[in-house]
Design a protein around this ligand. Structure first.
Ligand SMILES: O=C(NC1CCCCC1)N[C@H]1[C@H](O)[C@@H](N2CCCCC2)[C@@H]2OC[C@H]1O2
Length: 331
């Protein structure tokens, strides 16, 4: 089988995150979920949440689904790199994404969510697409939607075609040749950390020379920005008039009117260029003349992250075969 579903930016002004419609249970309950290759829990706003923590989000009510089953004695609790988090209990039910159905998928029902989820009313929960070793359900950890679907997929892959300020697509089980140009460059994935960890071959700032340098990082659809080693990031902002690393704003900012260089990264022999517009991420506060960069330092993060700002400059194949690999193509 295969599936194909839209990845829609949650904000009209800048690409904070993307959501995809997912139907749960019988009769179907449709929620807008954030597909996150950087985590491995499928969790939803639910009827078990205090109403004070719900601000317009859709909820999943297992007691309204004839196919829902409590996973007795199981719970989950997750904290993300930005400090957001959630926790709750667990049901299994049917989950469908873009025509692809998994029966008996673990659906982690939130009983508590952090404030950044409550205030982000366009996200009704997450679908983790990382490796199932990261799943937080206890005492028995659960499989991701992708791992559960894999044996029924025509090919054990999913692809991300994210776009700048417009809807893109997540495909499951097939590679759509119409979504990319040229060849797909595949590199090995180290799944031991539980992320889609892969080697990048180097970088260039604007029209400057390409610096060959092996950079290990993760492909993370659930992170908005790109986080790379300080040496690379300072080389980039040296080319931006008025750029400064702001402690108050927590990263590199610059005058919104600045001309930004592009940023090129390598995957094997292939080169991908992130347009300057993607790197002028957003005003630090609505209407401000100071803007926050789409490229930030990973020194405070602990790992290098190729988030949406990089992913939307390419067509990416997450190959869950044995061994796993990741493929990057131009589009
Ligand atoms: O924490 C990270 N990434 C870290 C960013 C800092 C550097 C380390 C990685 N990703 C999360 C993202 O921020 C969340 N957020 C919720 C509010 C609306 C926007 C999305 C959403 O939940 C999990 C995942 O996606």
């Amino acid at each position: 089988g295969t599936g194909s579903a839209a990845a829609v930016p949650i904000n009209a002004d800048f690409d904070i995150a993307y959501v995809t419609p997912v139907t749960l249970g019988t009769p179907p309950q449709t929620l807008q979920l954030d597909f996150d290759s950087g985590s491995s829990d499928l969790w939803v706003f639910s009827s078990h949440l205090p109403t004070s923590q719900i601000r317009g989000q859709q909820i999943y009510a297992p007691n309204k689904s004839s196919t829902a089953k409590l996973l007795d004695g199981h719970s989950w609790s997750i904290t993300y790199g930005d400090g957001s988090g959630s926790r709750g209990n667990v049901y299994t039910d049917n989950v469908t994404v873009g025509g692809l159905t998994v029966g008996s998928q673990a659906i982690e029902c939130a009983q508590q969510v952090s404030s950044s989820f409550t205030t982000e009313d366009h996200i009704d929960g997450l679908v983790g697409l990382g490796f199932s070793t990261l799943n937080t359900v206890s005492p028995k950890s659960q499989l991701t939607f992708f791992d559960n679907a894999k044996s029924n997929l025509d090919s054990p892959v999913f692809t991300a075609d994210l776009k700048y300020k417009q809807a893109g697509t997540y495909d499951f089980g097939f590679i759509d040749e119409a979504k990319y140009t040229g060849e797909i460059t595949y590199v090995p994935v180290n799944s031991d950390p539980g992320y889609w960890t892969f080697p990048s071959s180097g970088y260039a700032v604007g029209s400057g020379n390409f610096t060959a340098s092996s950079i290990s990082g993760i492909a993370d659809t659930g992170t908005s920005l790109v986080y790379l080693p300080t040496a690379i990031v300072t080389a980039y902002y040296r080319q931006v008039q008025g750029a400064t690393n702001s402690r108050s704003y927590g990263g590199y900012v610059f005058p919104c009117a600045s001309t930004l260089p592009t940023f090129t990264f390598g995957v094997g022999a292939a080169r991908f260029t992130i347009p300057a517009a993607y790197l002028n991420y957003a005003p630090v506060t609505p209407g401000s003349a100071t803007c926050f960069g789409g490229l930030q330092s990973s020194s405070g993060v602990g790992i290098n992250i190729w988030g949406d700002v990089a992913l939307k400059a390419a067509f990416v194949v997450f190959n869950g075969g044995n061994p796993p690999t990741i493929g990057w193509a131009a589009k």
